[in-house]
Ligand binder design. Structure first.
Ligand SMILES: Cc1cc2nc3c(=O)[nH]c(=O)nc-3n(C[C@H](O)[C@H](O)[C@H](O)COP(=O)(O)OP(=O)(O)OC[C@H]3O[C@@H](n4cnc5c(N)ncnc54)[C@H](O)[C@@H]3O)c2cc1C
Length: 424
């Protein structure tokens, strides 16, 4: 079984970038070579601001190269819930930003001719229980009435036009969502940064932050260092000890994925005829889609207490087969995992700490869309073009209580959600 992500295994040719070995200087040093960091570098370079990106492993080795490639509107919290918590005006602004994030990705892909199979496929939010369709309908009404935003409810009887399964009880279509090959997008974004004059170092873990009296910051790696005017840390769910305030404000939750062997065209297009990005209402959700090379990529929640992860992947495969029973006759060729970053508010944070560090993280499974926009907003903040004017701005990060116990807490939450899926 191949454990490299299917996206990495099927990606366009990529170059190996050098390790930082010298003392470099730039305007902005960015720690983390995922969508957020590369988008920040891209937008800064467009404004002739000299950037250096430091990536601990290689481009796309974090969540950006291992996700489901579903570029979704909205957030993990429903818009009606966000309206209650934040007020309608702010929630409206949030929804608009999620739509803008998809437009921005499309624009970058077009302008830089990035070959990553971007397609406005729309998404299908599938109801796991009949009662879930009722609250999908209520949400549709809130979206129409309060947000002037239109999604389309699909009743159980019509669902066969969208999905070849009896597993779900209807759902809801949002035509604005999209999908892409995430590894190819992150590679294309890295190339675009370099074309604009930015520098990317791989295998260059930032291990220490040193402040200088001249209001500059020095980031040290094992073999080199960078002196810059501004520091951006966008390590998200892969944050280590570099900056404790940031790493203790993001909860990494593992998600696992499998991908089948290539399937006959007729079969794969019968499963999801309109190529929707699909996710469901289960608390322990499933998310899945057709890939550009005719596989089904299927994801779910998957932290294991034991070191043997085989049962987790087997369980996910059983889940996939219970959605599409014909897949029992086909092999799973890839399995992989990655970390998704959550905040205590379950929506992204972006901001600048008192020590001057800029950050953005915590997209909670909606980062394929939001991260590119957050990277752009980081550039806007650094260039002081629009500071503090978006609803995700947060300058007082407070560490999550019992942070060191988060693994156990996440495990317990998952057990609770499994029980909830069974009974509600
Ligand atoms: C299995 C899985 C499925 C997902 N599916 C979806 C989906 O379908 N749709 C969706 O919207 N979102 C999805 N997500 C979430 C999405 O992938 C992320 O929100 C997004 O990629 C985050 O991008 P990022 O740039 O902030 O972080 P990352 O891509 O994780 O980048 C952070 C980078 O920082 C580097 N780093 C860490 N420490 C250091 C250091 N000290 N020095 C230098 N570099 C460092 C890491 O190596 C990493 O490359 C999924 C995530 C996973 C794991």
């Amino acid at each position: 079984m191949e454990t490299k992500s299917m996206w990495e295994a099927t990606a366009n040719l990529s170059k190996c970038r050098q390790r930082l070995k010298e003392h470099e200087e730039c305007d902005v040093v960015i720690v983390g070579g995922g969508f957020t960091g590369l988008s920040a570098a891209y937008h800064l370079q467009q404004k002739k601001c000299k950037t250096i990106v430091l990536e601990k492993n290689y481009i796309g080795s974090g969540a950006s190269g291992r996700n489901g490639g579903q570029i979704l509107t909205g957030f993990v919290d429903s818009m009606s819930s966000l309206a209650k918590k934040k007020g309608l005006k702010t929630a409206q602004q949030m929804l608009q930003m999620s739509l803008d994030s998809i437009d921005l990705i499309e624009k970058i892909i077009t302008e830089n001719d990035i070959s990553c199979s971007f397609k406005r496929t729309g998404h299908l939010y599938a109801a796991y229980k009949p009662a879930h369709l009722d609250w999908i309908k209520e949400e549709q009404e809130v979206l129409r009435r309060d947000f002037k935003y239109h999604v389309h409810v699909v009743e159980k009887e019509e669902l066969k036009n969208e999905l070849k399964t009896d597993f779900y009880h209807g759902g809801c279509i949002d035509e604005n969502s999209a999908s892409y090959h995430p590894f190819n997008y992150v590679l294309g974004l890295a190339d675009a940064v370099e074309k604009l004059g930015g520098t990317i170092y791989e295998n260059s873990e930032a291990i220490r932050i040193v402040k200088t009296p001249k209001k500059k910051v020095v980031i040290e790696t094992q073999e080199g260092k960078v002196t810059a005017n501004h520091l951006v840390i966008v390590t998200n769910a892969y944050s280590g000890d570099l900056h404790k305030t940031i790493s203790r404000s993001v909860v990494p939750v593992e998600s696992i994925m499998i991908a089948t062997e290539r399937l006959p065209e007729e079969l794969v297009s019968s499963f999801i005829p309109k190529e929707r990005a699909v996710f469901d209402t289960k608390h322990m959700l499933y998310y899945f889609r057709r890939t550009p090379d005719n596989r089904i990529a299927f994801g779910g929640s998957g932290r294991s207490i034991s070191k043997d992860t085989t049962p987790l992947y087997q369980k996910l495969q059983q889940g996939m087969n219970s959605v599409f029973s014909e897949l029992e006759n086909y092999k799973v060729e890839y399995q992989w995992s990655g970390k998704v970053g959550f905040t205590r508010d379950m929506h992204p944070y972006i901001g600048q700490l008192e020590d001057g560090t800029h950050f953005a993280f915590g997209y909670a499974g909606h980062g394929a869309a939001m991260s590119t926009l957050m990277g752009k907003l980081l550039s806007v903040n650094i260039l002081s073009e629009n500071k503090g004017e978006n609803p995700f701005e947060k300058n007082d990060l407070r560490p999550i209580p019992f942070y060191s116990q988060h693994g156990k807490v996440v495990g317990l939450m998952k057990y609770y959600f499994k029980v909830k899926d069974a009974i509600s």
